[in-house]
Design a protein around this ligand. Structure first.
Ligand code: APR
Length: 280
């Protein structure tokens, strides 16, 4: 057998921990933090991967800088680039990945404390993670409203506007403000639910971070809220966010679908995970 690499030894240790948590009395002790990297294998580009990322492919929108497409000040001056892009971003018929199913499996085993996601694709919900276990830190397309008077805007109207690449205006003609989906733009506050739950990592026995560059605050600060003795597992193409700096950190670098399969195998859950994903 090949010599045990540091990674394989630590993946085994995490597997043993997952099994122990599953047997423990008090349940729900794993926090999970995710970003766009867990949806790339579903066909949704992430933001910052060099050639495939969204920010590398916005030249046609002639933006002053890539992130302007999600900047509230720029949106006020020119909402069209966002609405041009919204068609590609709008949650459509994408299938959750096995990584989404891995989070659902943690819930099924009653050890998921909370999933903090930066994603707006709602694939965690599609994978069966219940609403009360998900914090959509950067909002979602579930609701939309006028950015001036906050009047809600009908879902059907938004779908039509996005389909026709039209910029929807407030239902109150006297206001006529711009309508925007409730995804968090740069320059906007994160939802209340994020701040209500942001201390939870302090209670976790295990923290799993997947598919994120951890480059946007305050989300990026979540893993550092874990106690020193809480192992933090990073499943990501590359090392990010200072994870690896603590003695009990575990790096599982590479594709996240392969990474969750390694963890599931170490916990003796691989067959169960594959069967769950096959039904999704
Ligand atoms: N497997 C593992 N890692 C992957 C995969 C994959 N299949 N695909 C991409 N990654 C990694 C990338 O290498 C990168 O480190 O996932 C990370 C994705 O980082 P970003 O593109 O920056 O996405 P994210 O971290 O979610 O961005 C955070 O920035 O633009 C804002 O609000 C937006 O929520 C978004 C926030």
């Amino acid at each position: 057998t090949p010599p045990q690499t540091l990674e394989s030894r630590s993946v085994e240790a995490v597997g043993r921990m997952l099994k122990a948590l599953e047997k423990k009395e008090e349940k729900g002790r794993v926090v999970v933090m995710t970003g766009a990297g867990i949806s790339t294998s579903a066909g949704i580009p992430d933001f910052r991967s060099p050639t495939t990322g969204l920010y590398a492919n916005l030249a046609r929108l002639r933006l002053p800088y890539a992130e302007a497409v999600f900047d509230i000040a720029y949106f006020r001056s020119n909402p069209l680039p966002f609405y041009t892009l919204a068609q590609e971003l709008y949650p459509g018929n994408y299938r959750p990945t096995i990584t989404h199913s891995f989070v659902r499996l943690l819930h099924d085993k009653r050890i998921l404390l909370k999933l903090f996601t930066q994603n707006i694709d709602c694939l965690e919900r599609e994978a069966g993670v219940p609403d009360d276990k998900i914090v959509e830190a950067h909002g979602s397309f579930a609701r939309q409203s006028c950015i001036e008077c906050k009047t809600p805007y009908p879902q059907e109207g938004m779908r039509e506007a996005i389909r026709e690449k039209r910029v929807p205006r407030c239902v109150d003609a006297a206001c006529n403000g711009l309508v925007k989906p409730e995804i968090v733009f740069f320059g906007e506050q994160l939802p209340r639910e994020f701040f209500e739950n942001r201390e939870l990592p302090r209670e976790a026995d295990l923290c799993i971070v997947m598919g994120t560059s951890l480059s946007v605050q305050p989300f990026a600060g979540l893993p550092s809220l874990c106690r020193e003795e809480t192992p933090r597992v990073l499943i990501n193409m590359e090392q990010v966010g200072g994870i690896g700096s603590r003695a009990d950190d575990v790096l599982v670098l590479g594709d996240c679908d392969a990474g969750v399969r390694k963890l599931a195998e170490a916990a003796g859950w691989l067959e169960e995970l594959e069967a769950l994903w096959a039904r999704t």
